[in-house]
Design a protein around this ligand. Structure first.
Ligand code: 13P
Ligand code: SF4
Length: 305
């Protein structure tokens, strides 16, 4: 079947079944084209909570689908591809952080949204890459335990010098693969191009960037800039999407290592199969988990809105 035919069937099915398709910007172009909402983690969590449909189909990774369920427990939420986890979210669990909390009883726990619903239940506030600096600055607490991403945490600590921020040794293995040699090579290959990076990259890489921001931040910066050439330091799909959106500009990939297999796991056929009732996974969370995890997501919306 042609991609366009499959897309047509998906659009018919989602209308018939009252399903809202939500896709993270790292998804492939054919999926983004059938989605009702696209964007970074923060935008998606807000969009999902405002959607009026009875069912949400998340094309992204598991923690994103869990966040939708926490914000809209009355809705049926599906993850289009059940194997799509997040290597960072899987690094720290509730048991580990409960132990760490005992070591730092007077620290507020700030959890990157890339965490499991279960872990969120014992955290004070959630952040996303686009809202972390603002939220940490707006918090009353001085002592902050930032989990799980030590690279995003280091970036936040630099932007919030008045806060005492403790980091643990977690992070995104994909973004953390890029090093300063990759930056040197890309700068030499594309002289004059601006380097835009995600704060999940190593601090020494972030330091060399012309712009640091979330997925949407990077996209908006490049779209609105007068410059023509950009090196993109996040998952390679963003450079591809930007090239498609801005054909008069040039987008180069910082490193071929920037490929997230989890984000690449979902296919257009998965979306179709899930809508047709023979694929995907319904996200099921118990009420206690939803209620406790919701507190830290509500704090994110209150302090970051
Ligand atoms: P954003 O918050 O920028 O969407 O990032 C999510 C993510 O998983 C990046 O690797
Ligand atoms: Fe998780 Fe990293 Fe993939 Fe983002 S790029 S979904 S943080 S593994």
């Amino acid at each position: 079947m042609k991609v366009s035919e499959l897309q047509k069937k998906i659009i018919e099915l989602k209308k018939e079944k009252d399903v809202c398709i939500i896709a993270h910007s790292y998804q492939s172009q054919d999926i983004l084209e059938v989605a009702d909402y696209t964007g970074d983690s923060y935008k998606l969590s807000i969009d999902a909570s405002k959607a009026r449909n009875k069912t949400i189909l998340m094309c992204g990774v598991r923690f994103m689908a869990e966040t939708c369920k926490i914000l809209s427990p009355e809705k049926t939420v599906y993850l289009a591809q059940p194997t799509a986890g997040c290597s960072m979210a899987d690094q720290m669990d509730r048991q580990l952080i409960s132990q760490v909390k005992k070591m730092y009883p007077d620290y507020a726990v700030v959890a990157y949204i890339n965490t499991t619903a279960e872990l969120k239940t014992i955290c004070d506030v959630c952040v996303t890459s686009s809202s972390a600096v603002k939220i940490v600055n707006n918090m009353d607490a001085q002592n902050i335990l930032f989990i799980p991403d030590c690279n995003l945490g280091a970036y936040v600590a630099k932007q919030c010098p008045d806060k005492n921020i403790k980091l643990l040794n977690g992070g995104c293995p994909i973004h953390a693969c890029v090093n300063t040699d990759d930056v040197k090579k890309a700068r030499a290959m594309y002289p004059g191009a601006e380097l835009l990076v995600h704060p999940e990259c190593l601090p020494e890489v972030v330091e060399t960037a012309d712009y640091v921001g979330s997925t949407s931040g990077i996209m908006n910066y490049a779209i609105n800039s007068d410059k023509k050439d950009f090196i993109i330091g996040t998952e390679i799909s963003i450079a591809e999407h930007l090239q498609y959106m801005c054909p008069d500009k040039n987008f180069y990939i910082l490193s071929q290592k920037l490929i997230c297999s989890n984000m690449k796991a979902t296919t257009l056929m998965d979306v179709y199969n899930c809508l047709a009732g023979r694929g995907g996974e319904e996200i099921v969370l118990d009420n206690a988990t939803i209620n406790d995890a919701r507190k830290c997501i509500d704090e994110m919306i209150r302090l970051g809105g």
